[in-house]
Design a protein around this ligand. Structure first.
Ligand code: ADP
Ligand code: MG
Length: 246
């Protein structure tokens, strides 16, 4: 029972891009918060213009849509989800929300990627000078370390599916709080998540994800695994595919 997914095909060929001059070309036109735009400008290598996947994904994610973004490695998928995710959370920063659980989970297939994404998020948060807490958890941490890291709790958790599953099983993360609090779930490098053996952990977690939670799936390929995850987690997503998918 496939849902009526809305497929948007992007074409990178210059003549086609030229015809679409209505399309937003700047981060301002995409509706990004000035604090985030300034943060991008302040980076070591200043980022001034959105990439094609960012141009299409950012406005949809800002509107709260579920999105599957398939585009080749190096096309800028990290910022395509991080910028709108942070914008959504900027609105909740400094509020008196009684925090029981993270608002956003970013799940990645490896510890290395976990570290990379964490660095990227923290530097953006630092530049924006807002009170948002981000934590990254990697595998094989003892339960006491998991407990310390999640005490607080953070607004954003960057982790692997197995680490989240472990945190749930030792009671450091609570199912009910996730169900109450989770607003955004990102699966980055989704094509690798299943092949790396995270299927059971992901199933356990997605069972807790509330219906209102926005789900984003980023991938470099369009494999059967990505399709499987899409059906498992997303509700009527926009599917964005850049032509040169590997
Ligand atoms: P992907 O996840 O699609 O493989 P990344 O998000 O890792 O790609 O981005 C690849 C590189 O491109 C990174 O070094 C990132 O900083 C850079 N990058 C991302 N967006 C832009 C942009 N709009 N302008 C210039 N460089 C960008
Ligand atoms: Mg990536």
């Amino acid at each position: 029972e496939n849902k009526d997914n809305q497929e948007i095909q992007l074409n990178e060929e210059p003549d086609v891009v030229e015809e679409e001059d209505e399309e937003a070309r700047t981060f301002e036109e995409l509706g990004l918060d000035p604090r985030l735009i300034r943060a991008l400008n302040k980076k070591e290598i200043s980022i001034t213009e959105p990439t094609p996947i960012q141009r299409v994904a950012i406005p949809l994610i800002l509107q709260g849509k579920d999105v599957v973004a398939r585009a080749k490695t190096g096309s800028g998928k990290t910022l395509a989800y991080l910028l709108p995710l942070l914008q959504k959370l900027l609105g909740t920063a400094d509020s008196n929300r009684k925090k029981l659980s993270p608002l956003a989970f970013i799940l990645v297939p490896s510890g290395e990627l976990c570290q990379q994404v964490y660095k990227e998020v923290s530097s953006l948060i630092d530049s924006c000078k807002v009170q948002l807490k981000v934590v990254h958890l990697t595998s094989n941490m003892p339960a006491s370390d998991l407990r310390n890291a999640l005490a607080g709790p953070p607004d954003i958790l960057v982790s692997t599916p197995s680490c989240v599953a472990k945190s749930l099983s030792v009671g450091v993360l609570k199912s009910e709080s996730i169900n109450d609090s989770l607003e955004i779930l990102v699966l980055d490098e989704a094509d690798l998540l299943l092949s790396f053996g995270y299927e059971e952990d992901l199933k356990a977690l997605t069972a807790l994800v509330p219906r209102r939670c926005q789900c984003l799936l980023m991938s470099a390929t369009s494999s059967a695994d990505v399709d499987k995850l899409k059906k498992l987690i997303l509700h009527n997503p926009y599917v964005l595919t850049l032509p040169e998918v590997e």
